[in-house]
Design a protein around this ligand. Structure first.
Ligand SMILES: *Cc1c(COP(=O)(O)O)cnc(C)c1O
Length: 233
């Protein structure tokens, strides 16, 4: 199957999952995760209608940026504070804010560029040691700290990576924890906070995530095929 065929298939599964949850598929944003894939393949996806792409490494964004057609770039991977400066003017949304220190640096760099940066807070609701993100319990205090001190940052929602499971239904509870926090803030915008995105769901579990309220899914493998990490991009 071509990238275009895969995108069509994901879109129809996404729409069906949204409908089952009583929502409109149009309200669930498909972010194509393009890590390890070259600009030529990314452009194929853009030609097939993809408007948003996600990368998890700063270096890959920089390497491909000039060769990719106009699109919204999402930073979805762990972001080191000292690398914020390289992507601050290139990405539309940073999904992976998991510390006050990182938010402060994003705020500082955004101020230098005269912009307000949209971010999500990454919540590690399964408490997996191998994953980044803060705990559900830490979320309110991190949000409060950012609201108080980071005027060039706007918190647009939450992001969660569920543990891998053969049975995607097993992870529903981890998504539900994050949705509960999301609901507390959604619909009550104020300066520095305007929740719009609940970023949950990957190739393996996006239908479960949509059932649990996700409105932004991050899909790599199901669009581009298995990743080859040894390949030079
Ligand atoms: C790689 C990645 C994805 C996509 O994973 P697939 O299983 O290939 O769909 C989604 N989110 C994050 C944060 C990733 O790093």
């Amino acid at each position: 199957m071509s990238v275009k065929d895969n995108i069509e298939k994901i879109n129809s599964l996404k729409n069906a999952a949204a409908q089952r949850a009583g929502r409109d598929g149009k309200d669930v944003l498909l972010c194509a995760v393009t890590k390890t894939h070259p600009a030529s393949e990314i452009n194929e996806a853009i030609d097939a209608g993809i408007t948003d792409i996600g990368e998890n490494k700063v270096q890959e964004i920089l390497d491909k940026y000039d060769d990719v057609k106009p699109v919204r770039w999402h930073m979805i991977g762990h972001l080191q504070t000292n690398k914020v400066k390289y992507i601050i003017d290139k990405v539309s949304l940073i999904h992976s804010v998991d510390s006050y220190k990182l938010a402060v640096e994003i705020d500082r760099r955004a101020a230098q560029h005269g912009i307000v940066m949209d971010i999500l807070i990454q919540v590690n609701s399964a408490l997996e040691e191998s994953k980044f993100g803060i705990t559900a319990e830490e979320t309110d205090s991190l949000i409060a700290e950012i609201l108080e001190n980071c005027p060039h940052v706007k918190i647009r929602g939450l992001m969660c990576i569920a543990p891998f499971s053969e049975n995607a239904g097993d992870v529903a509870g981890y998504f539900r924890i994050v949705k509960e926090i999301y609901d507390k803030y959604a619909g009550a915008p104020r300066t520095g906070l305007d929740f719009k995105y609940l970023s949950m769901g990957m190739s393996n579990d996006f239908e479960t995530a949509i059932a649990e309220g996700s409105n932004l899914i991050r899909i790599g493998t199901a669009i581009f095929g298995a990743r080859n990490y040894n390949k030079n991009v």
